[in-house]
Design a protein around this ligand. Structure first.
Ligand code: GTP
Ligand code: MG
Length: 168
């Protein structure tokens, strides 16, 4: 069985959305920052079991400080969402609860992964402490630079999406 699933990757400016996708799709990374404008769509096949693959259609959205204002057309028909923040810049996760609430009202009932990126720039234990103190829950801490947890993130989401497909 080969199915296609749309995933939208979003979050504030410069948190590493494009870099995470590039790491996953091309296994590459660049220190250069090129601001994304609009949306860029990439595709990657993921093997979820021996005889099963999922084609992930990954929508790389431009950054925004106003999650509530994201165009509905970008979110339409999405099967999964990856919300990225930057562990080195508290401004990108201070209002995470409001952001996720706004997001959940725009895309209902789809799996969502919350990801703190740029883990290579910090001490993991210290960041975990700060996040815990601020009651911020996350699914993964990643580094697009080193590749830490990047495949796990996308592959786990892909698996969740195939399970969803079977239950329908
Ligand atoms: N050290 C480090 N730098 C990173 C990481 N991920 C991204 N960067 C850097 O952060 C900057 C922004 O990365 P992008 O991937 O363009 O961020 P983005 O979220 O797509 O940015 P917008 O599309 O403009 O919102 C670039 O200079 C990247 O090289 C990471 O995991 N570690
Ligand atoms: Mg980008």
């Amino acid at each position: 069985m080969n199915i296609s699933k749309k995933i939208v990757v979003l979050g504030h400016f410069g948190v590493g959305k494009t870099s995470l996708i590039r790491r996953f799709v091309e296994n590459s990374f660049s220190n250069d920052y090129r601001v994304s404008i609009g949306v860029h769509i990439l595709k990657k096949k993921v093997e979820v079991s021996v005889d099963e693959t999922v084609s992930l259609i990954i929508w790389d959205l431009e950054g925004t400080d106003n999650i509530a204002a994201i165009r509905q057309s970008y979110l339409l028909g999405t099967h999964g969402v990856i919300y990225v923040f930057d562990v080195t810049r508290p401004i990108t996760f201070q209002a995470i609860e409001e952001d996720l609430t706004a997001l959940k009202s725009k895309v209902r009932n789809v799996p969502m992964k919350v990801v703190g990126n740029k883990l290579d720039m910090v001490v993991e234990e210290e960041v975990k402490k700060v996040l815990l103190e601020n009651k911020i829950s996350f699914d993964y801490l990643t580094s697009a630079k080193t590749g830490d947890k990047v495949n796990d993130l996308f592959e786990q989401l892909a698996k969740m999406l195939t399970l969803d497909a079977k239950q329908i």
